[in-house]
Write a protein that binds this ligand. Structure first.
Ligand SMILES: [Zn+2]
Length: 905
């Protein structure tokens, strides 16, 4: 699956993946989560000792590893024969499932996961059984079970979900059409039907569905249909291959369908009817065809699942989900105006990420959720490898550096960080590992691994691993073992250093020069407490000298391995004393670089003259790290970045400049009043330069980039006047159409800065855009108004919804509620936000909790906010879910870090 995408600077809820990816810094944290390896054999009791009674399974909305392991040890050869009726009620669906399985030990209860439904009938092995159902799982008593083959038949009902999990139901406000889709990862298949909902009980699933006649129904298999009377059609799907339940799916509705062919594999793309005019169908199919061909070659396994459907669905909680042969995508990948390069690349990258999962994750699956990281990191890595190979985004690793990698360093510096490979005790803990460690750090480390063992050895190891374990489940050792075999290298020490420790290393350089002659060069490796581990790094070290005019010359690049605290660089021949050194040139390894004072001085004077764009980016990131660490005033960083932007040719560096500048300004706004003087001077210049750069831009991508920068920072009277003029058409940026989605960005500016006529502006905008997208953007605009009473009302709605239904709408409100210029209003409500954490974390889904406890606790940067958060931690720790606890701890850390920046501005 992929975290949600979304341009950070634009509107919409900036959830998950992409917010991290653009280097969200203080307090704009999103999410992540993860798990550890399951040993499938239960511990056998020692001879002569009595076997203790197994602990009772707790009645909670989660599956713990112990229960899953015990079940896996008893149950095998599972098959589901599932019928689902979507033709009846608008509130719920009903169904019948017959589960056949082998049971090795019928002596104790056996549970079937089924969350939030009702059970009408239970029959086991031909006999009716009294229903024992607690709302979380159904218990089959030993008396009904037998050793060997068993069959259980259950008639059930379940309400449609509206929070984006299970079987989600959505009604399009434009045309009233109903759309359904499932989202079953990691533990929501049990909201569709009673099931052994764990990845290592792979099963064959036979599905039939009754649906209204004008709907299309999509699932893993291929379908045949027959009229069923009463306006309904019966859909019968071919049996699936053995598969994990979390990648099963059932989508239905009057979707618009496009179809084509990819070298013999039928491919389809689907979206809501009202969104259909905006879907980039040709581009989508082009990437799909290229991706399927590339992966078939790379893995040496043809696409294994017969047909490949992709559905773009509303209210999606994350970016996309790799359901076998029926992948779902967030509608954030559809723009109602021409997409810019960033948007097209996000789309391509996500298509390729999900497609990689068809082999790695779906065909071969982790035993348990500790394996999530390898699944996600691999798909993320493959998306970059394939994008660089078969799409226009040849420099996609550069984008990975400025986005995902910065998110990984950020996540890895949180108090809640963890090793890449960690135990996951329960599906309730998935938000502790659904994060930038599991996605971006892991993929950074796999990139380093491929560089270390050699790209072709790596590819061959992957291919053999997939061939050996097709349709099965694996543990980390299986993957590492194939890499060792393929490369002929021992990887025990490498694995221990990289996969089983937390934190990152920082590389710096000591030069020993005799006048202008280099005598020795040493790379120093450090690791901040509390994670002091040093690691082996296969890197390129780049030495830069200056020409007579003081400009940076192309680098001398030295490939080498760094190991331990100090490594001498084997400098070839006589070299001049370098003005600047990059110990991680080409970004092969996962380690931040630290600049010395001389390097900083060279950059401040000559940054733009560094020849290659990735190097300019890496040095810019190092400067931004200094600013965020308080080693350089934020305003100085912004000025430097904006100077660099003046002549910058790379759109990637331009985007990095923009996102970092917007982030820096947001932090400065949170640091008021210390930053008042600096902001009073900086903001008007920044607004003007952003507007001028947009107006002068020679490409649409650059224009959008600078317009987005403007919308991110606009807050002075002149800036607001410009926003208003752009909105009413009295000011025009040539080539920029503000009648579409980006009009909402202008409304965001006016709302969060207290425009008196915002209600009237909002009414006009909503009338012009009655879509679901417009409705959610309107919620954000309403929530952003700097009005204490309104904020309190919205907060109450989030805590106990009366009118605000569904997680997607709740997230829209959260995204607007506390912009960085409204920390005083946020502080006023902070006690109420904190007081509800225990109850909400007990009653709400982790997806809600992760948004609530991160977005609403963005840093206020005062003693009082930190003290209140600390007090909540002290008082409530035992009453918080692991998700609430994680985000509260991170919020407190970010608040304190922000507070510590006050003195240096
Ligand atoms: Zn994924």
């Amino acid at each position: 699956m992929k975290h949600r995408h979304g341009r950070q600077l634009a509107g919409g809820f900036p959830a998950l993946h992409r917010i991290l990816r653009v280097g969200a810094v203080i307090g704009m944290v999103a999410m992540a989560g993860s798990l550890i390896a399951c040993r499938s054999n239960p511990i056998a009791p020692a001879a002569g000792t009595a076997e203790p009674d197994p602990p009772e399974r707790p009645a909670v909305n989660a599956l713990d590893r112990h229960t899953a392991d015990a079940r896996k040890a008893r149950v095998s050869r599972v098959k589901y024969d599932l019928f689902v009726d979507l033709h009846g009620s608008k509130d719920h669906f009903s169904g019948k499932v017959t589960i056949t399985f082998e049971l090795s030990d019928p002596a104790s209860d056996l549970t079937l996961d089924f969350g939030g439904g009702t059970v009408q009938r239970l029959e086991v092995n031909g006999r009716s059984v009294v229903i024992d159902y607690n709302g979380y799982f159904l218990t089959l008593p030993p008396a009904a079970l037998q050793r060997g083959a068993n069959a259980a038949t259950i008639d059930f009902e379940h309400p449609y979900d509206i929070d984006g999990t299970g079987l989600h139901r959505f009604v399009d406000p434009v045309d009233g059409l109903t759309y359904l889709y499932t989202y079953l990862w990691p533990y929501y298949a049990n909201r569709l039907f009673p099931v052994f909902d764990q990845p290592n009980l792979k099963a064959t699933i036979s599905l039939s569905v009754l649906a209204p006649r004008d709907w299309t129904v999509v699932s893993t298999g291929t379908a045949s249909t027959e009229a069923a009377g009463n306006g309904a059609t019966l859909w019968r799907f071919s049996n699936t291959p053995p598969m994990s339940t979390y990648v099963f799916s059932l989508h239905a509705g009057p979707y618009r369908i496009w179809q084509d062919d990819a070298d013999g594999v039928p491919i389809r793309l689907m979206a809501r009817q009202s969104l259909a005019p905006f879907v980039a169908v040709d581009e989508w199919f082009d990437v799909t065809r290229r991706g399927l061909a590339f992966y078939g070659r790379y893995f040496e396994i043809p696409y294994p699942f017969g047909k490949y459907d992709q559905l773009i669905v509303p209210d999606f909680n994350i970016g996309a989900m790799e359901n076998i042969a029926a992948v779902t995508f967030s509608e954030s990948f559809v723009q109602r105006q021409p997409s810019d390069r960033f948007e097209r690349e996000s789309r391509a990258s996500t298509i390729l990420h999900e497609m990689a999962h068809m082999w790695f994750g779906d065909l071969v699956t982790h035993e348990w959720w500790n394996g999530l990281w390898l699944n996600e990191s691999f798909a993320t890595q493959m998306a970059a490898i394939s994008a660089a190979e078969v799409t226009e985004f040849k420099d996609t690793w550069h984008g990975f550096f400025t986005g995902g990698k910065q998110a990984a360093y950020r996540r890895d510096s949180r108090v809640t960080t963890h090793p890449i490979e960690v135990p996951v005790d329960s599906t309730a803990d998935f938000f502790n590992v659904f994060d930038a460690i599991t996605y971006e750090k892991g993929s950074s480390v796999l990139k380093q691994l491929a560089h270390y063992v050699g790209e072709e050895n790596y590819r061959r190891g992957v291919s053999r691993y997939l061939q050996d374990h097709a349709y099965g489940t694996t543990e980390l050792e299986d993957f590492v073992g194939h890499q060792q075999q393929s490369a002929g290298l021992g990887l025990e020490r490498w694995s221990a250093a990289w996969l089983h420790t937390a934190g990152f290393n920082t590389l710096s350089v000591a030069t020993n020069c005799d006048g202008d002659r280099l005598r020795a060069l040493t790379v120093m490796q450090s690791a901040p407490q509390p994670y002091p581990d040093l690691r082996p790094h296969q890197v390129d070290v780049a030495l830069y000298s200056l020409d007579g005019a003081g400009n940076v010359l192309p680098a001398v690049v030295i490939p080498m391995q760094i190991d331990g605290p100090r490594t001498t660089v084997p400098v070839p021949g006589e070299r001049p004393c370098p003005a600047l050194v990059n110990p991680n040139h080409n970004d092969w390894t996962y380690a931040r670089i630290a600049l010395d004072e001389r390097g900083v001085a060279v950059l401040l004077a000559r940054h733009a003259s560094i020849p290659d764009p990735l190097s300019r980016s890496m040095f810019l990131a190092a400067l931004f790290d200094r600013a965020l660490a308080g080693e350089m005033p934020l305003a100085d960083y912004v000025r430097h970045a904006m100077r660099l932007a003046q002549g910058e040719e790379s759109i990637r560096v331009q985007q990095q400049i923009s996102t970092s500048v917007v982030t820096a300004v947001a932090v400065m706004q949170r640091l008021r009043p210390q930053t008042d003087t600096a902001l009073a001077k900086l903001l008007p210049e920044l607004e003007q330069q952003a507007l001028d750069s947009a107006a002068r831009a020679t490409t649409g991508d650059l224009r959008r980039n600078w317009f987005t920068t403007f919308t991110g920072v606009a807050s002075t009277p002149t800036g607001l006047e410009a926003a208003r003029a752009l909105l009413n058409g009295s000011k025009v940026i040539p080539g920029l159409d503000v009648s579409g989605d980006i009009r909402w960005d202008l409304l965001d500016i006016l709302s969060r800065n207290g425009a008196a006529d915002i209600d009237a502006l909002l009414a006009t905008a909503s009338a012009a855009d009655p879509s679901d997208y417009g409705a959610k953007r309107a919620l954000k605009v309403q929530a952003a108004q700097p009005d204490a009473a309104l904020k309190a009302k919205w907060l109450k709605e989030l805590q106990s919804p009366r009118e605000l239904e569904g997680l997607a709408n709740q997230r829209a409100v959260m995204s607007g509620l506390f912009p960085p210029n409204q920390t005083a209003l946020q502080l006023e409500l902070l006690p109420r936000i904190l007081a509800t954490l225990p109850d909400l974390s007990a009653s709400s889904d982790p997806y809600f909790m992760s948004s609530y406890a991160s977005v609403l606790l963005a840093p206020m940067c005062v003693e009082q906010s930190s003290a209140l958060m600390q007090q909540t931690l002290d008082e409530y720790t035992g009453r918080l879910s692991s998700t609430a606890l994680r985000f509260l701890q991170e919020a407190l850390q970010a608040d304190r870090e922000c507070l510590s920046l006050r003195s240096g501005q």
